[in-house]
Ligand binder design. Structure first.
Ligand code: GDP
Ligand code: MG
Length: 443
């Protein structure tokens, strides 16, 4: 897999600084091969690899991740971005039935998908109507009826001797039927051809004009690989669509088509269909597809773990410092450590990562980060001697410190009280109370 190959590429690379140009080139080669193997179209591969190289150049070598992991993370983020980032939801009509029209080549999986989508909608409390507007193939209407029956959704079909041969008329009539029978979603199945042709496009465009769909979905077989881009572009020009549905993802295809189509057309992939069963259907998840395309699921799990562990180590280090442990904890330490903790994120979040810190959570929950700036101003108005030994800070000194920092005497009082409280807490922690089993904390 790509993950393994990248790990090999980076076997010798360790340490700080930036990734070298040679390392980035080696990586780019591997990514390029992996994308081509996943059937991503060449122009898309080129552009993608260039973008990743650019980003890798600007990035420091991470302390949490090894270089292979770091590059995979960049690649993953870029892939997810192109695939649409967030999962795109269906748009429903504000009034009247929502009309969803399916378009795509013959064999793409439209009729199967129509029924899957109907079932999916039904499970969400919708009352869909399936519409057989594919009158091209003799068996097409029957196929939809069979599928409709499997999922328990009615099918609107031309009656014998009525509307036969006029898919546009059938589609138009179906919307009226839906209004009468109070169906809230209409799913229009249309005819496809084996290849892109003008007549097909015209028919689809006529149906579109007749029913003014809320969503036109382009249905494409993930197995057709590179051809998917040409087809997607032809349908975009000929009919236009709002989203893409990938079918047959249960096959060998790694889904490079998803990336190519999303990149070339700028349209989001909305649903994924992966099997012959009516329930083999789901919203499309860009993050899952990204890891599938580059076969890097395992690596991504490792990355997540590595980052989490790293965060925890940082938090532990901060806590150890906070704890001090020797009782010579000064106001300077107090300030420095607050600043360090702030760098790591909010106090309550950091404390939340530490075992046994629950008891301090409440105190920290309402911690105002700007408070650190105010504390800093006050502490910096103290003399070094006062900072080292806060017991020296008597009434008159407090007044002077307040004046020097532009705060009230009560603020200074509060800070000094807080410091003594914190010192007490640190000493408790250092003795091991409250932090069971924490390494390096004594106990
Ligand atoms: P249409 O011509 O676009 O309406 O495509 P169909 O719905 O008739 O599907 C064509 C063939 O692909 C049928 O044999 C379906 O059973 C099969 N098919 C559709 N979707 C999937 C899928 O997600 N996975 C698999 N393995 N087969 C599928
Ligand atoms: Mg069909």
């Amino acid at each position: 897999t790509l993950s393994d190959r990248l790990a090999d590429t980076f076997k010798n690379l360790r340490g700080k600084g930036r990734l070298s140009e040679a390392d980035i080139d080696a990586t780019a080669r591997e990514i390029r091969i992996a994308l081509l193997e996943a059937d991503v179209a060449l122009p898309v591969v080129k552009e993608f690899v260039a973008a990743v190289k650019e980003r890798a150049r600007g990035e420091e070598v991470s302390q949490a991740l090894n270089p292979a992991q770091q590059i995979v993370k960049i690649v993953d983020e870029e892939l997810v971005e192109i695939l649409g980032g967030e999962t795109r939801r269906l748009r429903y009509a504000k009034t009247g039935p929502t009309v969803i029209m399916l378009a795509g080549l013959q064999g793409a999986g439209k009729t199967t998908l129509a029924a899957k989508l109907a079932l999916w909608l039904k499970e969400q409390g919708k009352t869909p109507l399936l519409v057989a507007a594919d009158l091209q193939r003799p068996n097409a209407v029957n196929q939809l009826q069979v599928n409709g029956e499997r999922v328990g959704v009615p099918v609107f079909a031309p009656e014998p001797g009525n509307g036969v041969g006029d898919p546009v008329g059938v589609a138009r009539a179906s919307v009226e039927e839906a209004k009468r029978k109070l169906h809230d979603v209409v799913i229009v199945d249309t005819a496809g051809r084996l290849g892109v042709d003008a007549e097909l496009m015209q028919q689809a465009a006529d149906i579109r004009d007749a029913v003014t769909p809320d969503e036109v979905l382009f249905v494409v077989d993930a197995m057709i690989g590179q051809d998917a881009v040409t087809t997607a572009q032809a349908f975009l020009d000929g009919v236009g669509y709002d989203g893409v549905v990938l079918t047959k993802l249960d096959g060998d295809a790694r889904g490079g088509a998803a990336l190519s189509i999303a990149k070339v057309t700028g349209k989001p992939v909305m649903f994924a269909s992966a099997g012959e069963k009516m329930t083999d259907f789901d919203l499309f998840h860009p993050d899952r597809m990204a890891s599938r395309i580059l076969d890097m699921g395992d690596m991504l799990t490792l990355i997540e773990q590595a980052e989490k562990t790293f965060d925890q180590e940082q938090a532990l280090k901060a806590a150890e410092k906070l704890a001090g442990g020797k009782g010579d904890f000064t106001l300077d330490d107090f300030l420095e450590q607050m600043q360090q903790v702030r760098k790591l994120g909010s106090l309550s979040k950091i404390m939340g990562m530490l075992p046994g810190m629950g008891q301090f959570r409440d105190q920290l929950e309402n911690f105002d980060e700007r408070e650190i700036d105010r504390i800093q101003a006050i502490i910096q108005s103290m003399t070094p001697a006062e900072r080292a030994d806060p017991k020296l800070i008597d009434g008159s000194r407090r007044a002077r410190i307040a004046k020097g920092s532009g705060r009230q005497v009560s603020d200074v009082n509060q800070l000094v009280d807080r410091f003594f409280e914190a010192r007490k807490m640190m000493q408790q922690l250092a003795r091991g109370g409250g932090m069971p089993g924490m390494p390096g904390m004594g106990g």
